[in-house]
Design a protein around this ligand. Sequence first.
Ligand code: ADP
Length: 464
Amino acid sequence: MADADAATKDKTDEKTVRLQVAAARQEESGQGIARMPRSAFQALGITEGDVVEVTGKRSTAAIAMAAYSEDEALDVVRLDGLQRGNAEVGSGEHVKIARAESRPATRVVFAPAQREMRLQGPGQALKRNFFGKPLVAGDLVATTGQQPVQNMPPDVRQLLRTPAYALTQIRLSVVSTTPKGIVHIDENTEVELRAEFEEPRDARAVVNYDDVGGMGDTIQQLREMVELPLRYPELFTRLGVDPPKGVLLHGPPGTGKTRLAQAVANESDAEFFTINGPEIMGSGYGDSEKALREVFEQASKSAPAIIFIDEIDSIAPKRDRVPGEAEKRLVAQLLTLMDGLEARANLVVIAATNRPDAIDEALRRPGRFDREIVIGVPDEKGRREILSIHTRGMPLGDKVNLDELARVTHGFVGADIAALSREAAIEAVRRIMPKLDLDERTIPPEVLEELCVTREDFLSALKR
Ligand code: ADP
């Protein structure tokens, strides 16, 4: 028992600091660093570049870096979405930071954390990508784009069809490490990349706030309306106010409404259910209402949950303008379901439309969709952020200037910028195609090394 006591004592003597979590800057997302004020460095007796353990409901590791000057006076640590998932905390919550040692790993196993990714190969490129970075089994990590992942498409011909796979950020789960604890990859580490997808421990691996660009204020608004009530229902009970049941997002298609709703769900640790308006309308007599009821039922059982209704205008058009009884009944059903939701059921319905004037007014009464957020076409600064998201995993040529691209893409929405980045990646792949031996199933490393997306690739993509 004496030993156990000593161990506990050691632990309590260990210096830790408690800091409030804030989001990392968009462009630093995926790098595994924790920015903290000088006071924290002093308290922990560490210097920049040292490894720290970051503990929320779970522990992870990060590399300590100095705070931005505007944060210096605040007790804030900046973590990106994946790190928040790894520490299991939300922005605004607190984490404990301790000095930590990272040990060299003899073996690290990764698996893709995104279902659509097809990965293969010896993990040599991953080794370089994560070299020296602190890792903990169970963490979700992202490639940075300095190195395209080697041999990714199982077939070179596949490359032309899915070229962007090699050129986008890839999110991976750290399946296991030897030894356990905080480790890093060095020359001697054996790195394995499993081919099969592994369900990530935290949904933030798929989409989090870092993945929506140009929406700083909107995210803030939605956090207050949705994330806080879902995370801390007791706060609202205490105050005696009812959290909103329904939030209406309106804006043109492709501006990121769906992605935003999903990010909020993931960052709130809520289950996410989607209802696609036009799809549900297509079902047979009575089936649409049943489908709607079922989703609400399922979501109530899984609370905290978010139901996302895309293109709500197709489910709930103004009743005096619709021809059929079926449509009228579906609107009525949706109203009944909204009214039936208990204010404190820990369930929020987010609906999206690009035609807010086309939906039945009854839906916008108090207790239904009584909050509205406008999602506009992004401005230059917004486009710059979205560009940095979609090029995050790409090896970019020296002359690529995202500021310039943001300037010349006036009128582009997020979906257009995603498409532009994809097209530019395809251009880059086209350029290396002649160097590939199509009968070879893998891509020679030296060719892969050359693969980078240039300014010209973006300009050609813009012309398409
Ligand atoms: P909406 O629901 O408004 O029609 P989506 O969320 O479905 O738009 O966006 C489609 C795709 O466009 C997304 O998957 C993403 O790749 C890209 N996209 C759109 N808006 C943004 C944004 N603000 N930030 C980053 N990517 C975006």
